[in-house]
Design a protein around this ligand. Sequence first.
Ligand SMILES: [Zn+2]
Ligand SMILES: [Zn+2]
Length: 221
Amino acid sequence: MAGINSILKYVDISNNLVDMTDLKNTNVFTAHEANSLIRLNQDSPDIPSTDALFINVRAEWHDVFINTLESIAKRSRCVKIQTAALIALDSQILAIGYNGTFSKHTECCDYWLNVYNKQHTGIFDKQQFIDWLYSDKIRSAHREWSTANEIHAEANALTWINKRDITDKHIMYTLYSPCSACAKAIMSYGIKTVYYKHIYTRGHDALTLLKKSGVTCIHRM
Ligand SMILES: [Zn+2]
Ligand SMILES: [Zn+2]
């Protein structure tokens, strides 16, 4: 690949080719110059790409998808964790999912607020509610309730996909590494690659299971 010193010309704003010899020893470009280089590069393969020059570096799809999960997770109304998953093929997102109750059922946060209100009378105290919500007793009660009433992000994403359409190129991206139940669903669907951003605290066995079954698991932060 040609070095930075070989860039001797750029196109100015009026599309005139301008000698850049004076700038050849610097790697500092204005936004206008960078745009010109992008345009020049499209026609001149001998000019290094803007990625190589650290100008307008293009994000990899893996990072785009992993970071998109942070936004999708905000749809979740679970009081314990907001997470999301998506299934992609090449550069296309085919399905998204986040953790939550069955469609049209009471949301997790509404359910627990209702439970709290039944147990507490008087003026509502937000801090008291939060302390109650994150107490060991309610955490454990939520775990049990969630198992019966909430669907995990990966499982929700898989519901939009036809198992017969899955190829080795389909990838599951998930904000937290899968639990054992979701790992089994991923394997059952024949998905061969899983990218995750965070390790789910109780998900180590699931990762071992996936790897043993030939699923590539990649921790992408
Ligand atoms: Zn919940
Ligand atoms: Zn799960």
